[in-house]
Design a protein around this ligand. Structure first.
Ligand SMILES: [Zn+2]
Ligand SMILES: [Zn+2]
Ligand SMILES: [Zn+2]
Length: 102
């Protein structure tokens, strides 16, 4: 049986910013296995966020360790999408706004 990816999984970049390029991925694998740094720490997370520049998986700002925001501060990779199934929004830290349709 073939697994057919739904167009509903496409990352919504309908309001792109100066940081989006033709090489910015339009798809990620959801859900990712977990926050890489929390797994290493034995810590827990609430929601997962995926860096669209390098694929780093981090946890959201509702999580105790906020590794997705930490990744932005450490690397200046500005754009993330949600790692949660059914969520296709993208967000730019540098511009502090959603890149998806409102
Ligand atoms: Zn931006
Ligand atoms: Zn984390
Ligand atoms: Zn990154």
């Amino acid at each position: 049986m073939n697994i057919i990816e739904s167009p509903a999984d496409l990352i919504d970049l309908s309001r792109p910013c100066a940081h989006t390029t033709p090489r910015t991925p339009r798809r990620v694998h959801r859900p990712p296995p977990g926050c890489e740094e929390c797994l290493a720490l034995g810590s827990a997370w609430v929601h997962l966020r995926i860096c669209l520049q390098c694929g780093h998986v981090g946890c959201c700002d509702d999580s105790p360790n906020r590794h997705a925001t930490g990744h932005w501060h450490a690397t200046a990779h500005p754009i993330i999408t949600s790692g949660e199934l059914g969520e296709t929004w993208a967000y730019c830290y540098a511009d502090d706004r959603l890149l998806s349709a409102l």
